[in-house]
Design a protein around this ligand. Sequence first.
Ligand code: GLU
Length: 637
Amino acid sequence: MLPTKPMFSSLAHVVGCVAFIAMLLPTPSWADRPVSTPGVPPTAEQKGFHRGVVAVSNPLAAEVGIRILEEGGNAVDAAAAIQFALNVVEPESSGIGGGGFMMIHLAKTNETFYIDSREKAPAAATPNMFGTLSFEIASTSGISVGVPGTLRGVATALEHWGTIPLAKALKPAIKLASDGFNVGPLLAADIVDTTDRGFTMTNLQPETAAIFRPGGVPLKEGDLLVQPDLAKTFQLIAQHGPDVFYKGEIAQAIVAAAQSRTRAGAAGLGKITLADLAAYDVKIRQPIVGHYRGYTVASMPPPSSGGLTIIQMLEMLERFPIGDKGQGFGFGAKNTLHVMIEAMRLAFADRAFWMGDEDFVHVPKKGLLDAMYVASRSAMIDLNTVLPPTTQGNPLPFDMASLLSDKVKLAALVPHREGTHTTHFVVVDKHDNIVSYTTTIESLFGSGITVPGYGIVLNNELTDFNFPPAFDLATGNPGANDVAPFKRPRSSMAPTLLLKDEKPFAVIGAAGGATIINSLLQITFNIVDHGMTIQEAINAPRISSTHRSSVSCETGPIFPLGFTPTPPFSAAVVQALQAMGHDIPPCSANIATGASSAAQAAIIDLQTGKQYGAADPRREGTVIGLPRRHQEDDGED
Ligand code: GLU
């Protein structure tokens, strides 16, 4: 074990690390470059690592993670410490007041699985509980607060697959919260942001305002942010374990806050009780597995719609020569964008109808990914015409388990507003154990409610459920995502692993609500079909469409950090898509596809074993890695 070193001084003080900030990376031309292993940068462009790499949306949290790896911790240890640090330095996106999905890949046994610490509905939840509340009002009232799972999830990961105690994983976060840190440009912008829900989130509740707007003045970039209440909370957890949060004084404070904070009178009051917190449980889940051009794709199963939807789209589109310019495809070509948009519309129609928490409803996973079913959906995509408004297909005849069900008729879709924040990070350790973790409090600053005296920002995850309920016996709508007691709301989060010959090769994930799914589709194409390096794959502009939405497409500079994705989509191609009938406004720096949709990723070069990270310049994406030790150096690094 290396001696402990002073923390958070600067990246340069991370002794033994080679660090770089993704925002500073050059973006060399990818077109026509011969690619040996997809995603891997030419050596001259970026050096690989051997003893671990982290890719995180915030530099301070990345520094925490690499320190843990450097001190001999494994990927799970580093991920735990990064999550707690993100709670402090990127509090608008994730934390112990929320939930998430942690993918763990164990190198030794080649197993991949997920710790599902998604928030749950309380026992008193009912399908109609949102009544006529708008998303904006419900999502900022106690009624939207789900039972938080992040702390149980991280503690479970550490207990079974980590090597350090919870108290050690909390230590860097305690220091950041009690000593304070200088507010970065993203947090400064988010503190005064009004684009998420049409109003500023940090002045709805007095405790939230006291942290982020001391004396009524919003913190700005460079200001010191000290969070003594949060530091106290982490110390309590370090001392007493997670039960102090789920059964002790913190549980009482969470319940009191959720049950009293409302922007809609009695209709907005939270339903969480002490019993709900005490009963919270995490689930270990197996990945949804599919195949694309010789790669195995492992991704997040229900309650997320992410894995099923991404894999369905990849398999629908495999028949098109996505990467082949000679055949009229290639990055940004009209044909490529057209077929992607159509696949998004088709897959999102299925998602809206069939997907939800399968602990409560039957999700026809087998049918949705059945080769014949996927082929029938893919056959609806025509190169020259735009599909009329799409509805879901009927995967039930392809789904053995569903033959027992009578829910075979089809019905209209329920439009649904989704959050667009969250954060994603990746850790690879020296043994090639991998953690890929998407973690959230749902919307920007969650519900905007901070637990008085404890500094925990509470989620608004329950607004990921349908409101109003969609269940309809007459039409066969299963109401897959209707509210029910103890149920987890449907998610889009999808930490995803690509494997070649059963070996992990690329690990990708993103933030951004439903756009996560479309981001990961395009990042996969960028690596596999377009020959981009992993960083270029993240830097490229993205489009997004869901079943009813118009198509959004990125240009730059993107709010709030000013990043411009490259290479740009061509205006002529966008016009050609409009002329075909696509509902695609001119590309703009759309917030929903900007900082909110930041992706992080890593590649393990199958030929050399070197590890490469990539982080999103849409936020303060940071990659730090550990090269081979000097004495072991083969001269390549
Ligand atoms: N609540 C969203 C989901 O689970 C995440 C929000 C986001 O990614 O911005 O899909």
